[in-house]
Design a protein around this ligand. Structure first.
Ligand SMILES: Cc1cc2nc3c(=O)[nH]c(=O)nc-3n(C[C@H](O)[C@H](O)[C@H](O)COP(=O)(O)OP(=O)(O)OC[C@H]3O[C@@H](n4cnc5c(N)ncnc54)[C@H](O)[C@@H]3O)c2cc1C
Length: 548
């Protein structure tokens, strides 16, 4: 093994890791990002294959257990299958590009109800607000200013993406019901931006975007971070965070996935940005005599409080043309009429109703998102397909999920990845509160579908076999004020391991009822700003004002 040195090691070149490297490199620090996956090239993206709709069930699957590529690690699923993508840009390589902020109320759920493990965030919306703005500008966000459901913001947005007909039909129904609605903000550029081509509305963005109109962590941060001098070592799987005799983090060990060779890299600061599953896994794998149960785990907090977003899905079939095949999934319309806690619902927290489309002919034949109205094989197929295609939209009820201590990531005692490391074991059970929220949401979807004059609505069953989709595993290394109830302090510094930070989706304390990526990016920019100041890093001469 050869040991080399740098100023800061970032473990994981996903959304948060790239944002951290972008800021630190912009301030002149020597940053090395170790990412187990590759850079994704345009030609890797399967959108121009004849069976493009089904690539997400194979090599471009959301589920690492299905992809099973050399850079993936297996995840043992006990009640929840976390989805992710392992490459520069991380899971944003195939995300929907929904770009929600948390709201002021989301940072105070401990005070509001404190149910199960719920605590207040140690920071406020106002602490993150300037970083949300910077993230918007670096990434390139399209949207319509003025949503009354959110505080005003100063970042400029590109014009909203053009929307398909289903959007107007939904807006009409929501207007008649008198409910809030707004076009979703998107991490998809509606016009050319920072050298990238604007969206051509071809749709199906969660299979990736060969034009780079989808604002991923790679296009928003990593490319610019590399231009500013950050080094990205790809195909590099970190196997352990090293500590010195005083228990201080001083580097990492990693393997080159291509040839299996082992390496060491030293640095006075290590930032873990490996997501809500990868970061607790890495802490638990990194034991030493001062940390026999893993780094950050002196109070048995690592891996706990896993929360996600309960999603209940419904297919809505209309007589009218909906144009569901036009444009991005993310160019959706949402209602936050029921976002805040209302005790009359019999459950705390709230929901977002998002009405979307972006489905092609294959998935329509298979019956949409619930699969309940698949076109039959044989003679009746064409007629059924004609009736379904262009008459469809779906609604996702997105519910805030309670962070519970027993929902957690641990190390599996049997499964190992390709480098011989223990696989993460993910245990998750849906709380009755969260089930009630989803049922409440589905009743609201039925109301909207009724108002639209839908001829049919197929609703996902929330029986005991229900498990939420794995888009957003959050909270497993949560930040806090109390070392006994959290893994890091409010600046992402691991309580019991000097020199080590964790900043990614695992840092969430609660998740709100909106998608997390905007908050992941904002937290990462805030963390890196403070880290740079603590390191005494100066401004990089080539840094853009966005990095300051
Ligand atoms: C299918 C899908 C759709 C989504 N849609 C949306 C959406 O529309 N809007 C939204 O807000 N959010 C969405 N998300 C969530 C969003 O992608 C995440 O919030 C975001 O990517 C989290 O950033 P992160 O940095 O925490 O983790 P990631 O982006 O997942 O990055 C973690 C990186 O760490 C690397 N890594 C892990 N372990 C190691 C190791 N040992 N050594 C080296 N590298 C390692 C991984 O390879 C990965 O690249 C979606 C997620 C999925 C899976």
């Amino acid at each position: 093994m050869s040991a080399e040195a740098t100023d800061v090691i970032v473990v994981g070149g996903g959304l948060s890791g790239s944002a951290i490297a972008y800021t630190l490199a912009g301030k002149g620090a020597k940053v090395t990002v170790l990412e187990q996956g590759p850079w994704v090239e345009s030609e890797d993206i399967p959108i121009d294959q004849p069976d493009w709709e089904f690539a997400i069930t194979r090599e471009w699957s959301f589920d690492p257990n299905v992809r099973d590529l050399p850079q993936d690690y297996p995840v043992v699923n006990d009640g929840y299958t976390p989805w992710m993508f392992n490459a520069v840009g991380g899971s944003t390589n195939h995300y929907g590009g929904f770009w929600h902020r948390l709201k002021p109320v989301d940072f105070r759920k401990g005070t509001e109800h404190g149910l199960e493990g719920t605590r207040d965030w140690p920071i406020s919306y106002e602490d993150l607000a300037p970083y949300y703005d910077r993230a918007d500008e670096a990434m390139g966000i399209s949207g319509l200013p003025g949503d009354p459901a959110y505080p005003a913001r100063s970042s400029t947005r590109l014009p909203p993406l053009r929307h398909a007909r289903y959007y107007d039909l939904t807006a009409g129904a929501l207007d008649r019901l008198g409910w809030h609605w707004w076009p979703a903000d998107n991490a998809i550029i509606s016009e050319d931006y920072n050298g990238r081509q604007g969206c051509n509305l071809c749709g199906y963005c969660d299979a990736g975007c060969p034009r780079h109109a989808l604002s991923t962590g790679a296009h928003g941060f990593a490319t610019e971070a590399a231009r500013r001098g950050a080094e990205f070592i790809t195909g590099a799987r970190v196997t352990r965070i090293k500590t010195d005799a005083q228990g201080r983090a001083d580097g990492v060990e990693y393997v080159d996935i291509a040839d299996g060779s082992g390496h060491e890299l030293e640095a006075p600061v290590v930032v873990l940005a490996a997501n809500g599953v990868g970061s607790p896994r890495m802490l638990l794998l990194s034991t030493d005599s001062a940390h026999p149960d893993g780094l950050g785990n002196s109070h048995d907090q690592v891996g706990r409080y896993l929360h996600t977003h309960g999603y209940a899905l419904a297919d809505i079939w209309l007589e009218e043309s909906t144009q569901h095949f036009k444009g991005p999934l993310g160019a959706a319309i949402y209602s936050q009429e029921f976002y805040d806690t209302d005790p009359d619902r019999g459950a705390v927290n709230g929901i977002t109703l998002t009405f979307c489309a972006s489905f092609g002919p294959g998935l329509i034949s298979l019956g949409g998102i619930t699969g309940q109205s698949a076109a039959p094989w044989g003679a009746a197929h064409h007629e059924a397909f004609e009736n379904a295609f262009d008459h469809y939209l779906f609604c996702a009820v997105q519910a805030e999920d309670l962070p519970r201590p027993h929902n957690r990531v641990t190390l599996d005692t049997e499964r190992r990845d390709g480098s011989g490391l223990a696989a993460p074991h993910v245990t998750y059970r849906l709380h009755e509160n969260d089930r009630r929220l989803l049922e409440f949401g589905l009743d609201r979807v039925r109301e909207v579908a009724g108002e639209m004059g839908a001829r049919q609505i197929d609703v996902q069953t929330l029986d005991d076999a229900y498990s939420p989709p794995g888009w957003h595993p959050m909270g497993t290394c949560r930040m806090g004020e109390d070392p006994e109830r959290s893994v890091t302090d409010p600046w992402h510094r691991v309580w019991d391991t000097p020199g080590l930070l964790v900043c990614d989706m695992s840092s969430f304390v609660t998740g709100g009822a909106g998608n997390p990526a905007a908050s992941v990016a904002a937290m990462a920019l805030r963390c890196a700003d403070k880290l740079a100041a603590d390191m005494g890093a100066g401004e990089h001469p080539e840094a853009s004002p966005v990095a300051a």
